[in-house]
Design a protein around this ligand. Structure first.
Ligand code: GLY
Length: 366
């Protein structure tokens, strides 16, 4: 069992990484129950696998689980679903001291966190992330949101959970593709500021993806530690420190938009290709040695993640992709900050990038 704290003064909270934690979830969560009940928000796929385990774990605890199960997938991060969930909670008589438990991946975590921010002007929430991507990234740090017709994650708030409970064993039932997509966010921590961790990923990435328990736990613990540190330094992405976590996301966002935010290219896959493009573009601008960018591409390729436009199944002009980038919520005063790199483990925020130049780079990329 490893406990990591996100240090945010009075909003500090623990993240527990414990193989088999779900079996002991009643012990872990009993202190969060109000009126001897917990509100569990999940999706239909995760619920089918994990709700029976949760119910068994709580049997005899004297705590009632009040469950809301939603359709799986990005479409649940919507105004409509938010309305359905909040109406349901109010009909159940939710109180401010009640705790919502997000049992699921990033979609459920984001929707639950935002719901908890606004119901009765704020109630409590706990994250039990069930995908690798949610375990190493989205469940930590309090970014919560729904999508709007204008774009992804445009309506939301910073709302920190009270507790994050990570059970690496739940990943045993995660589809391979989702595990691989989550692994892109693991690699990201190496590329941002930890070259040794990237070297570890090169040597152990296939073990992580083969669900070797030791490799998987190490990848999760290392990633969560890195994220907790960054969030503790820059909770609301004001100083530029937290913005480093967006490495690959600006390029990736354009690829996701081009593929309609669909199953053609899921978020982690888009981030993988986006990181390779960010390194490629860093080479073009003279920041980064081409051999470093090649190492990034080659590791992504070796684990079967998209590593360029073709492998991301995107065939669009540079200008079209840049047009997608202009809907990014980080656009400010007509410019878009980009995460670039001086090398592996040496990412930085560049505020002088000309979108015209990015379009040319994308046209020249294969
Ligand atoms: N996923 C990026 C962040 O939490 O800041």
């Amino acid at each position: 069992m490893t406990q990591i704290t996100v240090e945010l003064g009075e909003h500090s909270y623990p993240i527990l990484v414990e193989p088999g934690a779900l079996e002991r979830v009643a012990t872990h969560l009993q202190g969060y129950a109000n009126n001897r009940r917990l509100f569990i928000l999940t999706d239909e796929n995760v619920g089918r696998h994990l709700l029976p385990k949760l119910q068994t774990a709580f049997a005899g605890s004297g705590i009632d689980l009040v469950v809301k199960s939603m359709p799986a997938g990005e479409s649940s991060k919507s105004w409509r679903q938010l309305e359905l969930v909040t109406d349901w909670l109010l009909a159940q008589g939710v109180e401010r001291s009640d705790t919502l438990v997000a049992l699921g991946g990033g979609v459920i975590g984001d929707l639950t966190g935002f719901t908890a921010a606004i119901v009765k002007r704020g109630c409590r929430f706990v994250q039990i992330p069930t995908s690798l991507l949610a375990q190493v990234d989205s469940s930590v740090g309090g970014k919560t949101a729904i999508n709007s017709s204008a774009g992804k994650n445009l309506i939301g708030s910073f709302n920190q959970p009270l507790f994050v409970l990570i059970d690496p064993l739940v990943l045993n039932s995660l589809p391979d593709r989702e595990l691989r997509a989550g692994y892109a966010e693991v690699i990201k921590y190496g590329l941002i500021s930890d070259a040794d961790f990237f070297t570890w990923c090169e040597a152990n990435g296939s073990d992580v993806l083969n669900r070797d328990p030791e490799a998987l736990s190490k990848a999760i613990i290392h990633s969560v530690r890195a994220k907790a540190l960054i969030v503790g330094e820059d909770e609301k992405e004001l100083s530029g420190r937290r913005a480093l976590l967006n490495l690959g996301h600006t390029f990736g966002h354009a690829l996701e938009a081009e593929t309609g935010f669909s199953d053609k290219l899921v978020h982690g896959e888009a981030v993988a290709a986006g990181m390779a493009l960010a390194f490629g573009y860093s080479v073009r601008r003279g920041h980064c040695d081409p051999a470093e960018a090649e190492r990034v591409r080659s590791h992504l390729k070796s684990v079967n993640l998209p590593h360029d436009l073709a492998s991301a199944s995107v065939n669009a002009s540079g200008q079209r992709l840049v047009d997608h980038m202009m809907h990014d919520k980080k656009m400010s005063g007509g410019t878009l900050p980009f995460l670039l790199a001086n090398g592996i483990g040496q990412s930085f925020l560049a505020k002088d990038v000309e979108l015209e130049d990015v379009a040319k780079f994308l046209d020249e990329s294969d």
